[in-house]
Design a protein around this ligand. Structure first.
Ligand code: TYD
Length: 199
């Protein structure tokens, strides 16, 4: 099974995924965790260039093209091979990140969808959600901020699109403005239930 964990910057995706993996491994599941932007050359290009606050990207479509190019490589080069070996794959960010972030940049949803023609949707998409003020205060105490993290208005638009699409496609939304243990338990339960359904 292929699970994508989505949500705005600072909502706690990586911390939740680390805890989740331990829990699932204790149950005997073989779990492979990964993240986007990926470790591929395209993912590195994104980190080195696109996400630097002072970069001079000439058109917003470049973000969508590179993030989706990285995703196609990530899926066929890393995710699918691990699924084929029988792993439960959990990715931090997938398709919904492009629909929300590049959608919030003003790019049309239909075109963003079209860019995903050659990759499948994840079997389960879970949205971690918290208010923008909460995540921005968490982020600024951490490190130098990346390009999208500095702008509350932008992150609010991203959050809106994530929540809108969640209600359109019935993606579960987990309140991540709570103690970590509670968030992890909720996500864990969603995954276990989905695993039971496919078994
Ligand atoms: P992030 O998850 O913060 O990576 P890291 O923790 O390694 O810095 O992702 C980096 C930024 O890229 C984040 O602000 C979200 C943005 N992003 C998009 O705009 N579109 C996408 O498709 C993806 C995957 C990420």
């Amino acid at each position: 099974m292929f699970v994508a964990i989505e949500g705005i910057d600072g909502v706690g995706k990586s911390t939740v995924i680390t805890a989740l993996r331990k829990k699932l491994e204790n149950d005997g599941y073989r779990v492979y965790t990964t993240a986007e932007p990926s470790q591929s050359p395209i993912g590195r290009l994104i980190r080195d260039w696109l996400l630097k606050p002072r970069t001079n990207v000439v058109h917003s479509s470049i973000y969508a093209l590179l993030f989706t190019a990285d995703r196609v490589q990530h899926y066929y080069g890393e995710i699918k091979p691990m699924l084929d070996k029988g792993y439960l794959v959990i990715t931090e960010r997938y398709m919904e990140s492009t629909l929300a972030y590049q959608g919030a940049m003003g790019l049309p949803q239909e075109w963003l969808m079209e860019l995903h023609r050659f990759v499948p949707k994840s079997d389960l998409t879970i949205i971690l959600d918290a208010p923008v003020d909460t995540v921005v205060s968490r982020l600024s105490s951490r490190r130098e901020l990346e390009v999208f993290e500095v702008d509350k208005e932008f992150l609010s638009r991203v959050r809106e699109i994530l929540l809108r699409r969640a209600s359109m496609y019935n993606y579960p939304v987990i309140n991540a403005d709570r103690e970590l243990r509670l968030v992890v338990d909720d996500v864990y339960r969603l995954i276990i239930n989905a695993l039971r359904r496919v078994a």
